[in-house]
Structures are given as structure tokens and as C-alpha cells.
Ligand binder design. Structure first.
Ligand code: MG
Ligand code: MG
Length: 257
């Protein structure tokens, strides 16, 4: 768990570097370079690069893109909703986290609420893990937060266990799904990642074979943290404060592993 915590902090720093470059006129490749530099400087390696042939260090998904956008020459514009997803490996152990932000000033009404409510859904899901009997308790907390905000989880994309592989069992859905109720036990590490939209739930994959966007063109946001459940409690591995501010607000006191 110590190595996963180190991987988590590398991811956090890489995301901070990438997000700080997310200004109008910057290309998504600029963000990728910033994240790659941090990961390299820390002696870690990117989880995504080469994963099933994925060609970059991060995913940058803009506006109606939900996840898996490939960095390239596209320039960011004022008001874009940008989701940045990053993973890193330290001595074989993975961390995985994502943030969403708005470039400059919001252009569309509802964008700020979309980004903030998706972040709230993530933290509600993490807080639920501290008390969960099964993964369905986490999924239900995310679904409830989405519903409260008038948003829906996109169909077919879920969180996951994480450890020596980036994607392990169990799946962590963003809504209550019958028959998806693995028990929650100490030693579990999961990446919780709500992907929410104000529009329809359907998605399509672009011709690049990776980029997932909403079928109806509505904007989407994506937030993610890797979280450890250990004998003493929970700890957010991809946050240097372990998630203390957001979790104590929700009645959960994180405990360092
Ligand atoms: Mg991710
Ligand atoms: Mg993930």
C-alpha cells in the first residue's frame, strides 16, 4: 500500500501540472507533455502509454467527450469542459485519478454545476466506501448524488479495482446494478470514477478507436480517485491530504495506511 500511495502522489502531481497548462490556446499535447515530465522526473512510468496500444500519457476529453480522448494538436478554447485522466506506476503498483475543469470562463449554463456535481458524486462515493458492506453501496451513493444534481451516469463505463494492474476486479459502477454487489473488505483498493452528463446516457466511440463521446452531444464530466480500504479505515491514495477535507465534511475521518 505504501508503493500505491507513492504512485498516487505522482499521479496527483502530474494532474496538477497538466491542469495548470489547460488555458485557451494550449494544445492537449501540451498537457500530455506536462504530465509525462512529472512522471518521468519522479522515476515512475505512465500506466496508460502502450495500454492496449494507447499512444499517450494522459487522456484529455473535451466537452461532449467523456473519457479516453487522445492528446494531440487540438487547441483548448475558453469555456471548454476538459477532463484529464492520468495513471502512473511505481515499482509495479498503479495509481489512477482524473479531474475536470473549465478553461477560462464557463460558456454554457450548467457547465460549472456539471463539473462541481460530478466532483461531489465522487466524494460521496468515497465516503460511502468507508461504511459500505458491498460495492453497491458506493455505486448507490454516486447514483444518488447524480440524481440530486439532475445528472445521469453514462452507460457502460465504470470504476475498478486497482493494484498491480490498472484495472482489476471488482468493477465499481456509478449506479445500482442488480447482481453487482461484491463484498467490501480491508485490503481493497478501488478507483472510483463517476462520469456524468446532463443529457442522455448513451455514448459512441470515435473513429480513433478510443475517444468516447456522448451520443447526443451533451457535455460530460469525469472525476476519479484511487482509494484504499485498510484495517484502520480509508485513505485516498491520489490526494496528498488523503481526502481529509472532503471526507470529514461527510462524517468520515480518513486514516493513513
Ligand atoms: Mg483514470
Ligand atoms: Mg480508472
Amino acid at each position: 500500500m505504501r508503493l500505491m500511495a507513492r504512485a498516487g502522489l505522482v499521479v496527483e502531481q502530474a494532474l496538477v501540472a497538466a491542469a495548470s497548462r489547460a488555458v485557451a490556446g494550449a494544445t492537449t499535447r501540451d498537457l500530455d507533455g506536462a504530465a509525462a515530465a512529472v512522471i518521468g522526473a519522479r522515476g515512475a512510468s505512465p500506466s496508460f502509454l502502450g495500454y492496449h496500444g494507447y499512444p499517450a500519457t494522459i487522456c484529455v476529453s473535451i466537452n461532449d467527450e467523456v473519457v479516453h480522448g487522445i492528446p494531440g494538436g487540438r487547441a483548448l478554447a475558453d469555456g471548454d469542459v476538459v477532463s484529464i485522466d492520468c495513471g502512473a506506476i511505481v515499482q509495479g503498483w498503479h495509481g489512477d485519478s482524473a479531474v475536470s475543469l473549465i478553461v477560462g470562463r464557463a460558456r454554457n449554463s450548467g457547465d460549472e454545476e456539471l463539473v462541481a456535481a460530478t466532483r461531489d458524486a465522487l466524494w460521496d462515493g468515497i465516503a460511502a466506501l468507508a461504511r459500505a458492506r458491498t460495492i453497491a453501496d458506493v455505486a448507490g451513493a454516486i447514483e444518488d448524488a447524480a440524481t440530486f444534481a439532475g445528472l445521469v451516469p453514462v452507460e457502460g463505463y465504470v470504476g475498478h479495482g486497482i493494484g498491480t494492474e490498472m484495472h482489476q476486479d471488482p468493477e465499481v459502477p456509478n449506479e445500482r446494478l442488480r447482481g453487482r454487489e461484491p463484498r467490501v473488505r480491508p485490503g481493497l483498493c478501488v478507483a472510483i470514477e463517476p462520469m456524468l452528463t446532463a443529457g442522455g446516457r448513451g455514448t459512441v466511440v470515435l473513429e480513433d478507436g478510443w475517444t468516447v463521446r456522448t451520443a447526443d452531444g451533451s457535455r460530460a464530466a469525469h472525476w476519479e480517485h484511487s482509494v484504499a480500504l485498510h484495517d484502520g479505515g480509508i485513505w485516498v491514495l491520489t490526494a496528498s491530504d488523503g481526502g481529509v477535507p472532503e471526507l470529514t465534511r461527510r462524517g468520515v475521518v480518513p486514516v493513513a495506511p
